[in-house]
Design a protein around this ligand. Structure first.
Ligand SMILES: *Cc1c(COP(=O)(O)O)cnc(C)c1O
Length: 389
């Protein structure tokens, strides 16, 4: 044991996490990301990536990156405002804005940084953030760090949100929501949120990390009314269905201009390598032409829901997206089920508190267009078997 007391406290806390079945362990991926992976020396069928369209290891994307490496090398070498802003970034931003149906767009290195950048640039201590309680941690961190008042409403309880908005005296208001909730798979009621934003003169910030590429011909979960509204700011992350890395914010041109001036996680960091922007330009083409992938994904979702619908012990949550959570209950049991699936060669993560509310530990099954019907069947059968023992 160490004699350094701060370190000793950390070691105690780690032991406690272990005792509570809360110690996170990283598995070692030894293959490409995909539905068939090699993890810790074993070949497994994976139901846990966010690579919903199977693009992460797509040959055309990889080739686009290789071509860009040949021409431009691997590093951006500087921040966007110095000399790191490459024409490939610019090209992606324009293609993305056009696809999404917003006037302008800006790339960030990650969704986490984009959320932090948008909220800190648009809100300060005279502002107020209104946030769904199930929003992604990165949105919550951003809300806390921007210095605005942070008000949360119960998941999807828009009557409560309305009351909160009525009471607010903040100069700047922003409603922030996951568009597809990352641990539940349900979709926010954007039309209703936009009505509230209009009635109370608030921004509406939509984090579509899990909808972009998947919903509405790939454009994501934003309805036409929100595309047209100057008060709506849209975020897509590009490491999930898009299969690469990074994030892009689409909004009114002057919002984007303001972010270039003020968003610190955009300004004070090295630009994303141009080769990734090249891969993303190709990814966007595949997403636009990707209806057959989305149809296949939809078939898998229906198949899984049919297969697991009638389980007596565990409840599949009401989700129509590729995120299909099966609620198990206690942390330890969720971990045990995940382990039994692993013994059968199926990789499905157990999501525990504090990521999800206490008592709702779950398997977060995520489906990909790259799965086969037989693989979805094998998962359904394995879960049914385990539930009966
Ligand atoms: C994954 C995720 C993010 C973070 O995006 P990264 O690019 O991985 O940093 C933000 N919001 C939501 C809802 C997410 O699921």
């Amino acid at each position: 044991m160490t004699e350094y007391s701060a370190l000793a406290r950390i070691e105690e806390s780690l032991s406690q996490l272990e005792a509570d079945s809360l110690l996170r362990k990283r598995v070692l991926l030894e293959s490409a990301q995909g539905t068939h992976v090699r993890v810790d020396g074993r070949d497994l069928i994976s139901f846990c990536s966010n690579d919903y369209l199977g693009l992460a290891n797509d040959p055309a994307l990889a080739q686009a990156a290789r071509d860009a490496i040949s021409e431009f090398g691997v590093g951006a070498g500087a921040s966007h405002l110095v000399t790191g802003h490459h024409r490939l970034h610019h090209e992606f931003e324009q293609a993305f804005a056009r696809f999404i149906g917003k006037p302008a767009a800006l790339m960030f290195s990650t969704g986490y940084m984009a959320n932090l950048g948008v909220l800190t640039a648009l809100l300060g201590r005279h502002g107020e953030v209104f946030a769904d309680r199930l929003n992604h941690a990165s949105l919550n961190d951003a809300a806390q760090q921007c210095g605005a008042k942070f008000t949360r409403y119960a998941h999807a309880e828009l009557d409560q949100l309305e009351e909160q908005l009525k009471k607010s005296t903040a100069q700047e208001k922003m409603i922030c929501t996951d568009l597809v909730f990352s641990m539940d798979g349900d979709v926010a009621d954007v039309e209703h949120l936009l009505e509230l934003a209009e009635a109370h003169d608030a921004w509406l910030y939509l984090d579509d990390a899990h909808g972009f590429g998947v919903l509405d011909d790939g454009r994501g979960g934003m309805p036409a009314s929100a595309r047209k509204s100057d008060r709506v700011i849209y975020l897509a992350t590009l490491g999930k269905a898009a299969g690469v890395f990074g994030a892009a914010v689409a909004a009114h041109a002057n919002v984007i201009e303001w972010l270039v001036q003020k968003a610190r996680p955009y300004i004070y960091t090295t630009a994303m390598p141009p080769m990734l922007a090249a891969a993303l330009i190709e990814s966007l083409k595949q997403i636009e032409a990707g209806n057959s992938r989305r149809v296949k994904l939809q078939q898998h979702i229906l198949k899984l829901r049919e297969g697991l619908g009638g389980l007596s012990r565990w409840q599949l949550m009401a989700s129509e997206t590729p995120i299909q959570p099966l609620v198990i209950g206690e942390n330890a049991e969720a971990v045990a089920v995940s382990k039994k699936l692993l013994e059968r060669g199926l990789l499905v993560p157990a999501i525990r508190t504090p990521t999800v509310p206490k008592g709702s530990a779950r398997l977060r099954i995520s489906l990909s267009a790259a799965h086969t019907k037989a693989e979805v069947d094998s998962l359904v059968n394995a879960i049914r078997e385990i539930s009966e023992t």
